[in-house]
Each structure stands twice: as C-alpha cells, then as structure tokens.
Design a protein around this ligand. Structure first.
Ligand SMILES: [Mg+2]
Length: 365
C-alpha cells in the first residue's frame, strides 16, 4: 500500500458568544482535518490542534511534510514520525508538531481501517468504557454565579459525574466563591476540577489551592506557565489538591522533563498537539513507569480510543454545546455520556465520519 496524497481542510466558526479563561478569550472554534489517501482507496482522517487560527501556516507545513510521505507505506508510522520530526528544520514544539500530530493520527486511522479494528482495540484494548467529565465553567458576558450553577446542574443532568470550571480570570477570593457555588450546585458526590490555564504565579496558585481545598477538588489544572516546572513542583508540595498539566507540552521529551521535575500528579497529553498517537502512546508508557495516570486534554472523539486503550487512563474530557455550538454536528455520529461514562465506538479506526453538510459553510481552507 502506498500514500498517494495528503490533503488538509480547515474549518472555523463563531461561538455563541466569546468565552474567557484565566488568560485568553476565544471568539471562534474550529477543526483542522488531515486526510491521507492511498492507492488501495482507503483514506485515513486525522485532526491537528489549533491550526484554524493560522491556517496559511498550517497548510504550508502539511504541504512540506507531504513530500516526505507520498509513495510511502502508510502503515510505517514510526518511520514517518522519525523523518518528519527533524528538530533542526521544523522546530521541536509549536505548530509544526501539531501538524505532525494531525498526519500521525490520520496514519493510525488508516491502520485501524486496514486492520478492520477500532483504534482502542488495536492500541491495547484495556476497556471500552471510560469515566468522563464535562469541561466548561468559562467566564462570559452576563454569566453570574446563578448561570454558572445552572450550567453545572445541566452537566449533571446530562449524565456527568465530574465537571470542570475555569479559574484565574478574576481575583482569587471571587474565584473561591465561584468554586463554592459549583460545589454546592453539584453536591458532594460529583467530582469538581478547576483549570487556571497558566494564569497564576506559583505563590498565587498556592494561595488559591489552600483556600479551595475545603471544596474537595479532584484536580487543579495548569496553575502556572507550562515551562515553570519548579513553580509547579512547589505547588504540588504546598497543597493536597492534585496538580494536572500537559496540554501545552510537546513530545515524550517534554513529558519526561515534567515528570522528572516531580511537577505534576496527573498528565494531560493531547494527541492533536504533542505529536499524534505514536507519541501519545510513548507518553502513556512513560507515565506507567512512574505510576502516573493520563487524563487527555481536548477532542473526545480521538481521545476516547486512547484512554480506553491503556491501563492508566483516568478520565476523558468532554465538551458539550455550551462551549461549542457545532457540538453534535461535526461528525455523522456523536459520542454521548451515559451514567458518567463514554463508550468507545466499535467502527474501524477512529470510527469518525465528518458531516460536510454542516461544516461546509465554515471552510477557510
Ligand atoms: Mg486546560
């Protein structure tokens, strides 16, 4: 089997209204699709993280890597990863590694289709049912404590037994009040996580964590800048709340360094960012060797397979329509939460098919 073409499509659409976390405001969401075509008529689909905000750069990098891939056997993912990831030419992090991620995910989708196996089975098959949390709790215009509580109550109605909210975007005592309201609205048996998206200095994060401890947080995510391993390690020593991080980390080398610094309790690799599924599985193994669990960041359709494949998959992140107006419309079938769990699809590969009828009006490339 040979690769005959590598194509990329970028879609970008407005959110209901801008959503804000500890540091950033997001007006749009999007989807960055990489398709790998073969001489046997089988096509693999992959997604790359965050290219919609720099589509010209992303498409140019895909076209650069295309020269490496045309004519090659798509099943040789380890070799392709090695040859695309040339640190001197393309850089060790950032958008090039995100593009490699999209290509690598498409190669794995193809491999699953050739093997006629769902990816979670092909990659390890630890389970087909994973614990899931609904992510949200953003800051929005006109959203007060009452609306925040209503959002969380709706998450629980939808079957979530774990919910996540943003912190770091208002003064600490105001956020503590938001955490109190969320804890009271979901009750004592639902897990509550908080995510600062790198908004704090380490001493502020320690103050927040100590004040929030009484609300029984399941984790405190990205308290500080992603490169501040020492600051993050200091937070883990200063609070009983577990620290989660990794969505801004790239490749096995980044996760190795974060683990060696004892800077994290729960790892959050994102296959669409860190280097694809080939690299994700190496991070999962590195975590196993250190008795650490994996709670992937972002895209539920891809990460369901990865959490289900491994023995140290902790929980799946799930975004609903409150955050993304295209939720339920991007794919021909949508993952749903049942009693706190999501079940991995049994279709070959990733088991996803894009719903072009809904996507086409948002095409930017
Ligand atoms: Mg996060």
């Amino acid at each position: 089997m040979k690769i005959t073409d590598v194509k990329t499509e970028v879609f970008r659409w407005p959110r209901h209204k801008p959503i804000r976390n500890g540091l950033y405001t997001y007006t749009h969401s999007g989807l960055n699709v990489v398709s790998i075509e073969t001489d046997e008529g089988i096509t693999g689909i992959g997604l790359a993280g965050g290219i919609q905000d720099a589509p010209d750069v992303g498409v140019a990098i895909v076209n650069h890597f295309k020269q490496v891939l045309i004519g090659r056997d798509p099943l040789d993912n380890e070799r392709h990863w090695h040859e695309m990831w040339r640190p001197k030419l393309v850089g060790r992090r950032g958008i090039t590694t995100r593009v490699i991620s999209g290509i690598d995910i498409a190669l794995w989708d193809l491999k699953g289709k050739v093997a006629k196996l769902p990816l979670y089975k092909l990659l390890g098959g630890f389970t087909n049912r994973v614990d899931t949390y609904i992510a949200g709790g953003y800051y929005e215009e006109g959203k007060g404590l009452k609306e925040l509580a209503q959002e969380m109550e709706r998450n629980v109605e939808l079957g979530a037994r774990a919910v996540k909210m943003k912190v770091g975007g208002v003064p600490i005592n105001e956020d503590i009040e938001r955490v109190r309201v969320v804890r009271e609205s979901v009750g004592p048996d639902v897990k509550v996580m908080v995510d600062a998206n790198n908004a704090y200095r380490h001493y502020e994060a320690i103050e927040f964590a100590r004040k929030a401890e009484k609300y029984d947080l399941f984790w405190f995510e990205e308290p500080v800048e992603p490169d501040d391993y020492a600051g993050q390690a200091a937070i883990t020593h200063a609070t009983s709340v577990p620290i989660a991080a990794g969505e801004n980390e790239y490749t096995r080398y980044g996760f190795r360094d974060m683990i060696n610094a004892r800077a994290v309790d729960i790892l959050q690799p994102d296959a669409l960012i860190l280097g694809g599924i080939t690299e994700f599985m190496k991070v999962a193994a590195l975590a196993q060797a250190n008795d650490l669990d994996i709670a992937p960041h972002g895209n539920q359709e891809i990460h369901i397979h990865l959490v289900a494949a491994i023995s140290n998959g902790l929980i799946l992140e799930y975004y609903r329509d409150s955050v993304d107006p295209m939720h339920g419309k991007i794919y021909t079938e949508t993952l749903r939460i049942k009693d706190g769990y999501v079940y991995a699809p049994d279709r070959p590969g990733l088991g996803i098919e894009l719903n072009y009828d809904a996507l086409k009006k948002y095409r930017v490339s």
